[in-house]
Each structure stands twice: as C-alpha cells, then as structure tokens.
Design a binder for this molecule. Sequence first.
Ligand code: AHR
Length: 514
Amino acid sequence: MNLKKYFFLIFIALNITCYAQNMASLSISNNSNQTISKYIYGQFAEHLGHGIYGGFWVDKSMSVAKQDRIRLDVVKALKEIKIPSLRWPGGCFADEYHWRDGIGPTAQRPRMVNTNWGGVTEDNSFGTHEFLELCSLLGCEPYIAANVGSGTVEEMSKWIEYVNSNSTSTVVQLRKQNGHPEPYKVTFWGIGNESWGCGGNMTPEFYSDQFKKYASFAKNYPSVPLKKIASGPNADDYNWTEVVMKNIPNWMMWGISLHYYTIPTGNWSHKGSATSFSENEYFETMVNCLKMEELVTKHSAIMDKYDPNKHVALVVDEWGVWTDVEPGTNPGFLYQQNSLRDALIAATTLNIFNNHCHRVKAAALAQTINVLQSLILTDKDKMLLTPTYYIFDMYKVHQDAKYLPIKLSSPDYEVDGKKISAINVSASQDASGKIHISLVNLDVHNNITISTSLKDIQWKTVNGQILTSANITDINTFQQPDKLHLESFKGAKKDGDNLMVVMPAKSAVTLELE
Ligand code: AHR
C-alpha cells in the first residue's frame, strides 16, 4: 500500500469513529399514564446566612419595592419560573425552631442563637405569618418542617391547629388576633428533618416510632388533609429506608424524604471551589451528580417492596451542588457562586426526577437565595439570576405534564479513561398537546448530533431555548449579571418523521414541538 492510500484510509477510519462518537439516538413514545408532578420543581429556604434575612426579608430602609419587608423583585423572578412549593424553616434549623417565638408583635419576639449556622442571633422577625405571606405572594404551596428533635408533640400539634383550624379554640383565636382570620390551609408537613443527624441522631427504629407518635397528633382540619413527610435517608443509607418503610404503615405518610448533595471533590472537608475548577474536577462533579440516578433507583426498589402501588412519594427535599464558600464570606452562611457547571447539574438532576416521576413526586433545591445552589444572589438592593435559575425557567414546561418514556443511546464523555453518558434527557406533553424535550450535553468539547424518532406523536414545528457559555466555569456577577441567559436555539430541525438536533458542547436545551 502506498503512503497516500494509507493516510487516506486512516483519515476515513478517524472520521467514521468520530461520527459514531458524536452521534446519539433517541426514541420517544406516547405510551404513558404518568404525570410529572409540579412539586418536583420545589424550593427550600432555611434560616441560614442571607437566605431569609437579606434575601427574601430585608431591612425596612432598603430601597427596593417591598411588601412588609419581603422584597418584591425576587418574588417577581420566582413567580416567573412558577415555583410550586417552598420548604421552611429548615433544614437543621427546623429542629431547634419554636414557632411561638415567631408570632405576635415583632418587638416582643424572643431572640435565639442559630446554633447550626454561624451562631448568629435570630430575632424571629420572620415567622409563620411572614412565611405564609411570602408563599401567598409567590403563589406557591408552603411546606413546613416541624420540630421533632427539640420540640414536643404538643408544640407541633398546636402549630398545625394554629395554621389550619377554623375553630374557636384559644390557639386559633390567637391567629385571628395576629391578623389572619381565615385558616392558611397548609398541607405539606415534614415530621422532623435529618433525624439521623442534626435532627436528633436517631436510629431508624427509634425514628419510626417517633414519626408514628408525632404523625398521630398531626391532625387534619376540615378540608385540609395533610401530606405528612417522614424524615428519610441520608444519600445511600438504604437501611434507613428499609426500616422506616417496614415500620410505618403506608397510610400514615404521604412521602419519605431523601437528601443528597453533589460535592465536587466528594470530600466534605474540602468540597471544591464554585468558580475555579479543572475539567477533571468538573467530570468528578458530574459523576457525583449522576449518583442521584442510582440513589433514586435503589431507594425506590426498597419502597416497592413495602408499597408496590406507589402510594408513598419519594421526596428529594434537599439536593444541589455544595461547594466551599466564596472566599472571605462567613463559613456558616454557605454562600457560593453558581456556574454553567451548576446549571448542568440542575438540568441533569431534573431529568432524573422527571424520568422517575412514578415515585419522585416532590423535591426541593437547596436553597433559593444566597445559600448553596441558589436561583438568585443578592447584594444589598441588587439581585442577579444564576445559571441554575434559567434551567428552572426552561424546565417549568414539564410541571404537571404527561411524562413521555424515552430510549436513549448516547456516546460517552471520557476523561482520564473514566466515562459517563454525554447526553441525558427527559420529555413530556403538556395539556395543550405540545411536546417538550429537555436535553443536556455534559461533554465539554464535542457537539453531539441526536437523531430522534417520535412514536405515535404528530408534530410540525420545533423551537427551542439553550443555556450555554464559552467556559464551564462562567458565572453571572453583579458587574456582568447577564453573561449567562437563555437564548433561542436553532440547532433542531424536522427531517422526515425524525427530529435532528445538534447539541452544542456543555449545554442544556429545551425543545418545543407543535
Ligand atoms: O441545606 C443545608 C443543610 O444541609 C440543612 O440544614 C440540612 O438539612 C442539611 O444537612
């Protein structure tokens, strides 16, 4: 073989390999009776750092539009993405929170030390009424985590009565005196938080008994049937799920929670920077993020043993990326920046939840404003929307839509001999018949062409939105708040009955087919 022919054959072989490497195929079917619950898109706000104080609830003197002390620019931004629920007051804070401290005239409310988060003084100016006013402004469902760790059954029971009853009892009269004659009708109640850790360091056997006791006195008032959520496992503690599912009857709980955070390095004592990381660290972070698929699958399999008809929801009410705090900020405040990487974590995780919607019926990203993987960052009167915010904006179309099953064959994204699937995806059909397909390309270097067949689905046009940027570390800052934002996506077209999509490297896209 002459040299010219040899190089020509090498060239062809390389091209074929490359073509195969950069091609994915997808098949979407209409054959489902499952709904993607809107509560998968829930949020979490704890009394921690500047999440509540300085985030939602600001000084009277701050020159931003406010109702009471709730800032309205953040309310407007969160309404835009249709947040369905807000979990409060914690987190670890929930198990040291005494609700009576947070009602009545503000000046008379007791002060306490927030022992979990920086040892700062909590003045209780943001309490039950303020939280429920916030939820009403947001148009979302409140989700209250009750204190099981340091509170009594009577305290929790009276809180529920205070909030939900319309009787003439003394505690209900107190609510009326405090300015709210009508019951608030809060249905979502967490019975403790992380009872295996900051919520009391309990064993699953002991917690199961505690749950049954507390839940027995968490009463339904007229037209307010409660959705009681048991404190669930820490990440891969499968024994916790097994014991709790075995010991608590299905009828007693609406859901069981799961907490899992993506730690970039996988090491809690050195979690990794939010803004400065290598491709290797990005890859490891994505490996850790994709662990959510395994966790949801394995916890669901245990739940299936005790609840084959799927009455009990898996509620992933704390998730997101947890990095080292921004240099120079209070380590107890968990303030971190938010990059394109974090947006891809959000998109990938939401795809996992959508695809497990038969069991995952609610979730909450930690923690909305200025804490961990935030949707919004504020600096006094300024605010910015993070890349993660834009993922929730793109994905809101899946809320309460019909889940569409998917078969995916994706090339790998490989770093240092380790591989993950480059593409992940979920799809749904909304009430008006529009199909939405959310795709993520985790590969930092390669665009990937996806050929999609849609079984029994009629469509004529395709539009889309994309979130991407030049670097995986790119962030929005107060100097450049719009560096990352949604843009119109032109990389999808109809090709006969097929949909052809060219997914740019490190991007998230949502397509709309009509
Ligand atoms: O979200 C921060 C903390 O993480 C929460 O307070 C706790 O529940 C979890 O460990």
